[in-house]
Design a protein around this ligand. Structure first.
Ligand code: G4P
Length: 526
């Protein structure tokens, strides 16, 4: 197969949702269609239950699950489909944001009862930053949800994207009869069916009498009216506008009943983008280039604390990746090769000899990689779009076992390389501040420092609400600002200066008073 064919048959995407909307259930149904798993219940939810926030066994278990489900690959309609898993728990949101840099599109799951929820909005913001194409699946139609027209309005308003329904529900909740496919002009009848693909489909002429026979006069009239309204209000669906990230097609269904999932998958296969070009600091890299390139978007610690090695997840962006071949690690300016790269297949790992754009390869790592690192065949470039986001919770790291300072230092460096949290060093006194998006990470870090590195620490909460990277075209002004702000200045791991604000008000004030200084909420501003 030529590289063009290899690229053309790959689809790499993530399913995102607010916890409980049905991401795990939908993932499982997709894998069932692809034959990657045989039974329902095979995909473990990577959810951390609320009650378990300080249960370390639970955290360890979740780490195990999240390695196993990091990438799920299946074959469908001659396509090789890679689903990248994203943690549902909001404390691990940053991990999700980074995974989104490694996909070419996403499927967003919405609970029809709850509509757009907080986490959905934030995830979509990240997708909008890169114009990632989005397909929306409105789930749980077997429950009495919001009016579908209201839902569409809510999606447009809160997610800041135009939408276009491709299927339309006939009633909801106990009265739910099925969905009408607006582009196939077929009616799919709903049956409670948790394990099999629905097969009750009928091509239907909306103006004919068959519709009344099948749905009853009232529901038939309502469907005609709804469809007329949709066709009147929404432009015809244009796949190019979707692929440009400007328009989200919307499907309705019920994941747990396996309803509406096949249409979703079939349409996904038809319209979703194949591996796309990616920006670097030097130029745009196209997938069909001869030379290999890729970047690390996730690092996972080994579950066995006796082995300090880790798994780095490489997204291949161009060319062909081969086992045992030397590649250039551009940040370290050194050549590395991998004797046992592996791929992920639902619940097993297997050695890979080669990989193509869109694929994700697991690499054993002994501390060589940081998130965002780029591998090439020699060209000096660095993939962009893998920013750190300003954390929300900040605590000072205090060493409680002075005999183990070295271990603590090494541990915190490595854990922050993995992206568990961000490390800032105060310019005054060399004090270490750890910033995260959720409280749970502090427990995880403390636990892992002790169990994997033999170091002990405690946390002192800091009165900081934002860390903003600061830059200026005027070096003198920047240095002056840094000098004046003293205790409010820290440095990130790459020695970039960061301003620590104790409130949004304080940030605004500093912004207003210092027009020559730029304040950035993500680390990517080059
Ligand atoms: P998540 O990964 O997005 O967090 O959600 P998950 O798939 O775990 O689904 C959350 C809950 O919603 C599960 O129920 C699941 O069975 C249910 N669910 C998923 N799809 C549908 C649907 O189409 N209709 C209805 N009514 N429910 C749905 P649970 O009680 O939390 O777990 P379980 O014991 O049922 O597995």
């Amino acid at each position: 197969m030529s590289i063009h064919q290899e690229i053309g048959r790959r689809r790499t995407f993530a399913i995102i949702s607010h916890p409980d909307a049905g991401k795990t259930t939908l993932t499982e149904k997709l894998l069932l269609f692809g034959g990657a798993i045989q039974t329902a219940g095979a995909v473990k939810s990577n959810k951390i239950k609320k009650s378990a926030t300080s249960d370390f066994m639970e955290i360890e278990k979740q780490r195990g699950i999240s390695v196993a489900t990091s990438v799920m690959t299946f074959h469908y309609n001659d396509l090789k489909i890679n689903i990248l898993d994203t943690p549902g728990h909001k404390d691990f949101a940053e991990d999700t944001y980074r995974t989104l840099t490694a996909v070419d599109s996403v499927i967003l799951v919405i609970d029809c009862v709850k509509g757009v929820e907080e986490q959905t909005e934030r995830l979509m913001e990240v997708c909008r930053m890169r114009d990632t194409p989005v397909i929306i699946f409105v789930n749980k139609l077997d429950r009495e949800g919001k009016n579908p027209f209201d839902l569409l309005d809510e999606l447009e308003e809160k997610l800041n994207i135009r939408v276009r329904p491709l299927t339309w529900p006939v009633n909801m909740g106990s009265d739910f009869k099925g969905v009408y496919s607006l582009y196939e002009k077929k009616l799919y009848f709903f049956k409670v069916n948790k394990t099999k693909v629905e097969d009750d489909v009928l091509p239907i002429d909306l103006d004919g009498t068959l519709l009344d026979e099948k749905l009853g006069a009232r529901d038939a009239a309502q469907l005609r009216e709804d469809v007329e309204l949709i066709e009147g209000v929404y432009d015809p669906f244009d796949p190019d506008t979707y692929r440009a990230g400007q328009l989200a097609p919307v499907f309705f269904g019920s994941a747990v009943n396996n309803f509406g999932v096949k249409e979703l998958l079939d349409t996904f296969c038809e319209i979703s983008p194949e591996p796309i070009s990616r920006p670097t600091d030097k130029r745009v890299v196209n997938p069909d280039e001869k030379n290999f390139s890729g970047f690390i978007f996730k690092i996972h610690a080994n579950l066995d604390p006796r082995h300090r090695d880790r798994i780095a997840f490489l997204r291949i962006c161009s060319g062909k990746f081969e086992r045992n071949k030397f590649y250039h690690h551009t940040r370290l300016d050194k050549d590395v090769r991998f004797a046992s790269p592996f791929s992920f297949m639902a619940d097993s790992k297997s050695l890979v000899e080669e990989g193509f754009p869109g694929d994700v390869v697991g690499l054993y790592d002994t501390g060589t990689f940081k998130i965002g690192d780029t591998l090439t065949e020699g060209e000096e470039l660095q993939f962009q779009g893998i920013p750190s986001f300003s954390p929300e919770i900040f605590k000072e790291l205090i060493n409680t076992d002075p005999m183990k300072s070295k271990q603590l230092e090494k541990g915190i460096q490595q854990l922050t390389d993995e992206g568990v949290a961000q490390l800032f060093t105060l310019s005054v006194g060399n004090r270490k501040i750890v910033g995260t998006v959720g409280d749970l990470q502090f427990d995880v870090i403390q636990y892992r420092l002790e169990h994997e590195y033999g170091a002990k620490c405690r946390w002192v909460p800091m009165n900081i609400s934002r860390a903003c990277w600061i830059t200026s075209d005027d070096k003198k002004k920047l240095n002056e600002f840094i000098r004046l702000k003293g205790l409010q200045i820290a440095y990130d791991k790459d020695q970039n200066p960061v301003f620590l604000a104790d409130s949004d008000w304080m940030l605004r004030m500093n912004r207003d008073n210092n027009p020559d200084i730029k304040f950035h909420l993500t680390s990517e501003f080059k």
